[in-house]
Write a protein that binds this ligand. Sequence first.
Ligand SMILES: [Zn+2]
Length: 290
Amino acid sequence: MRQQKDTSCNETGRFVPFHTISNGAAKVSDLQETNGGRILGADEPHPLETFNKNTQSDYFIICEHAGRRIPASLGTMGLSEEDRKRHIAWDIGARSVAVALSQALEAPLYMQRYSRLICDCNRHPDVLDFAPEISEATPIPGNQDLSQADRKARADAIFWPFHDAVAEALALREKNGLTTKVVTIHSFTPSYLGKSRPWEIGILYNRDLALAPAIAEWLKAETDLYVGVNQPYAVSDDSDYSIPVHGEKRGLPCVEFEIRNDLISSDEEAEKWAALIRQALFAVEATGSV
Ligand SMILES: [Zn+2]
């Protein structure tokens, strides 16, 4: 399968923040004077990484928690190296599945490189969990008592450049008359706060019922997997961003896949899961229901 590695939209890592969050935050130029004003250094990469950017598959893949980079300006966030590698920092294995799926579908993939501990790219910047003070049971020293300007600086540096690029790509597809189904790829820990999670894959959705329920039914009927429907999370406007904004608001069929991370610890396993997801998508597509 053809593999096309794209460059990110700005290899220098420099960009001009172009969004502001509501509630009276300072203007962008003012933020340069605050300690939250500069997040990414000139030598650090743009948050967006893409694969197969210009392919015209019906599917458009998003992986918001693909990376665990921490900008040098934020040091270690007060965390040990071990903690910075844990699932609290990123979705372990999700990037490998997303890349394999992009190859299998020859579909565009938009991934985000920085740790969700800096800013969670699947949360609106206005919600508290956008930069969590505690993740699972681990206090995040670098996120204690953040000012509005600190949070806005992170959104301007990472969140908005990533999601604006996604929005721009989806708008262009619409303009060009392309069909689009939004697929997001995540992973979850086998246990959370001491409670084990039995599901092997979760199919998550909220308002859009065109795609995800049929995927869940196919997986239940055709595999022996323990399939969670809106498990281990349910999609909501507070706990998600890509599905509500890039899928539901645009009226696009959309589905969020959550795979248990102990099942995708190698590229080979990731490829098997990607092949299964492709099979499920195509099987549902073949029914003509979406
Ligand atoms: Zn995730």
